[in-house]
Design a protein around this ligand. Sequence first.
Ligand SMILES: *Cc1c(COP(=O)(O)O)cnc(C)c1O
Length: 347
Amino acid sequence: MHWIDLRSDTVTPPTPAMRRAMAEAEVGDDVYGDDPTVQRLEELACELLGKDAALFVPSGTFGNQLALFTHCQPGDEVICGEDSHLVWHEVGAAAVIAGANLRPVPTQAGELGAEAIRPRIRPPGDIHLPKTALIALENAHSNGRALPLAGMQAVRRLADEKGIAVHLDGARLFNAAVALNEDPAALAACADSVMVCLSKGLAAPVGSLLLGSRDFIELARKKRKLLGGGLRQVGILAAAGLLGLTDMRERLQEDHANARLLAGLFDGQCGITVLHDQLDINLVWCRVPDALDGARLAADLLRDGIKINPPEDGLLRLVTHWAVSAEQARHSAQRLLDCIHAQGIAA
Ligand SMILES: *Cc1c(COP(=O)(O)O)cnc(C)c1O
């Protein structure tokens, strides 16, 4: 069966061009530092994001945790949004790997503002206090918002004033850049280190990149080895990542348009409310009726060839990507409404 998979943009199969590039990739041994395809990928990412050095890592979580491990000493604090991926979806790794404390801060719909950060920065000199070593931002936020550049710049100024490093979890940074119509380098300039995922909307099968200064990446390279993330003929994977960066970035706007198309077709029907103020990228978040049996909905759609994650806490997330066409988005919206109807929930 040809699935329509709306669970995530991580499900994207590599494009046919990626499969060819992988088959033909020129490779070396990246632990020796001589894999030319990885080098090309890292150089291109540096150009696009205005950073001096980059490092291929196996996953976004790996990249974020490697950043914390490189910026922080055990016991240091990382100021981050309480609704961030770091807090929710990285298995508590900050405590295990960097030995850092996360200091989760309330956000405004995902936006971690300078005003919220300022009072939480630990003053130096008091022996009771941990050190604030890092501020971690996330853009695009996994709530679907692309957060304005101005807010990030305000955080950058505060961090400079206090001498604190900034990390940007940019798993979907290119989605944010497209949605905001900003240069991704302008967003990356607000942070000392940036993680971007190649394996989400950019459709590479595996991999993320961590970027920063030469010194930072040199330290991170050693810690990547410590964590078992030194990969060998990884040009095979980098070849797909390169095409992600060259061919798949601009088309992310199609995914954003399809997300809005999909959302528009069921918003306000069968008790579904789309969270429009979070609909900046390819993630459609919507509130579904309490009476809805989410597991049954997912099972019914699956029989139709449509994969979704069941709603959690009354919220359903549907994700568009290159393997979901506008036509398939329309079809999915219709089938979703049909399946909700079938549960006796009125239009
Ligand atoms: C997906 C994601 C990550 C982690 O990426 P994995 O490759 O799944 O480990 C980190 N941060 C955000 C905001 C994400 O959406």
